[in-house]
Design a protein around this ligand. Structure first.
Ligand SMILES: *Cc1c(COP(=O)(O)O)cnc(C)c1O
Length: 393
């Protein structure tokens, strides 16, 4: 899908937006706050290696998340890789095929082979029901993934794993600020710029397990932090002071940003309500969402256009709507063929019909209304757009 700035939209009009409207959260502190925070970093002359801001962020995150340990690191992919490596297992790890590729890549970096399972067609997440095919071939670990500001059934996944004596972890990259029923599953959050809590880049492993935390702190860098314990390998997964400074300000702003997201989400629900073939998803499995994802399911027959046609129309209006996730992990290099498509009907269907619309710092009510109007237009102009898309193909 083209990301070039469009000069003329597919319906022959000038684009609805002069500059591209991104999908990611992109909440950042003001330049003044950033400058003041950086001045402190420069004054101390302590730029990385588990500095005071990283330590403060870890404490604040542990309190916020209600866990004994929050271990901050470079990004969630490195956090997942370290966590999987710390489990001390070999062999296969069960993950959903409908996830961001990083879940599967982290498994490979940790020397594990991902077993790709389907997801629930309603929640879009993997739960204990999806693990059933593995009853006779139990993997070495299970990794659930939280999606769309919701929470997967981590209690069910953990119970399945515990009954078989294998560890369970979570890719909670999307789930900072999501409140769910308490479990004791170690999890990894992403603090990437597109996520609701941003350190520009960053990740955080959260756990109540003291031994696991010690392993992670020693694996995170070659000099370690805290009491030294033996680890099989060390990494450079350190978070810098600059990252932590942004993360701390973002954590301060989190309640405001989540409320803002919630209001925008509600505005989209209202504005997209009456369009045939468009279903706006509500977060599931959590009692409080971070409202960071606006995901629609497109029924191509009722809507008049397939999902990809709508995405190309929106791109031509400089709305950078995303096919999220497309394709499934089983169709992505280097995992092509890792699972047969027939075993993943929900993943196959979802990767063909979901679209993610802008929500976050670059979106306001006016943007929501204009984007929703474009979706209306795409439905109204569907016959004409089908022809234009054929010509352009
Ligand atoms: C964003 C995301 C990641 C990767 O996070 P990074 O911090 O960019 O490494 C992993 N899994 C899921 C589900 C994500 O959405």
């Amino acid at each position: 899908m083209s990301r070039r700035l469009s000069l003329m939209a597919l319906d022959g009009r000038p684009p609805a937006f002069d500059t591209p409207v991104p999908v990611g959260q992109l909440y950042f502190p003001s330049w003044e706050r950033y400058r003041a925070a950086m001045a402190g970093v420069w004054e101390r002359g302590w730029f990385t290696n588990h500095g005071p801001l990283v330590q403060e962020l870890e404490q604040r995150l542990a309190t916020f998340l209600g866990v004994r340990h929050a271990i901050c690191c470079t990004n969630a992919t490195v956090g997942l890789t370290m966590l999987m490596r710390c489990l001390g297992i070999r062999g296969r790890i069960a993950i959903p095929a409908f996830t961001f590729i990083a879940t599967a890549q982290a498994a490979r970096w940790a020397g594990l082979e991902p077993v790709l399972l389907d997801v629930d067609p309603e929640t879009h997440m993997m739960g204990p029901a999806q693990l059933q095919p593995l009853d006779d071939a139990v993997p070495a670990a299970v990794a659930g993934v939280d999606l769309w500001g919701g929470a997967c059934d981590s209690i069910g996944l953990a119970a399945w794993a515990q009954a078989r004596g294998v560890p369970c972890i979570l890719d909670s990259a999307q789930a900072m600020g999501v409140c769910r029923a308490a479990d004791s599953v170690p999890r990894v959050f992403s603090l990437h710029a597109t996520k609701v809590l941003s350190a520009t880049e960053g990740g955080c492993v959260a756990t109540d397990d003291d031994d696991l935390a010690a392993l992670l702190r020693n694996m995170r860098s070659s000099y370690g932090a805290g009491a030294p314990v033996a680890v099989p390998v060390t990494a450079n997964g350190r978070m810098s002071e600059a990252q932590a400074a942004v993360g701390l300000m973002s954590l301060q702003d989190l309640p405001t940003n989540i409320s803002r997201n919630q209001q925008l989400h509600a505005a989209y629900m209202e504005a997209l309500r009456d369009i045939p073939g468009v279903e706006t998803l509500q977060p599931t499995g959590a009692y409080r969402s971070n409202w960071a994802y606006l995901v629609c399911r497109i029924d191509s027959v009722a809507f008049g256009l397939p999902r990809d046609g709508l995405v190309r129309f929106l791109h031509s209006h400089n709305v950078l709507a995303r096919r999220y996730f497309y394709p499934g992990v089983h169709r992505s290099v280097p995992f092509i063929g890792a699972a047969a498509a027939e075993t993943l009907p929900a993943t196959e269907a979802l990767s063909a019909c979901l679209v993610q619309l802008p929500l976050g710092a670059r979106t306001d009510n006016a943007v929501v209304n204009r984007v929703a109007q474009l979706v209306h237009d795409a439905h109204r102009l569907a016959p004409q757009l089908r022809q234009a898309l054929q010509g352009a193909a």
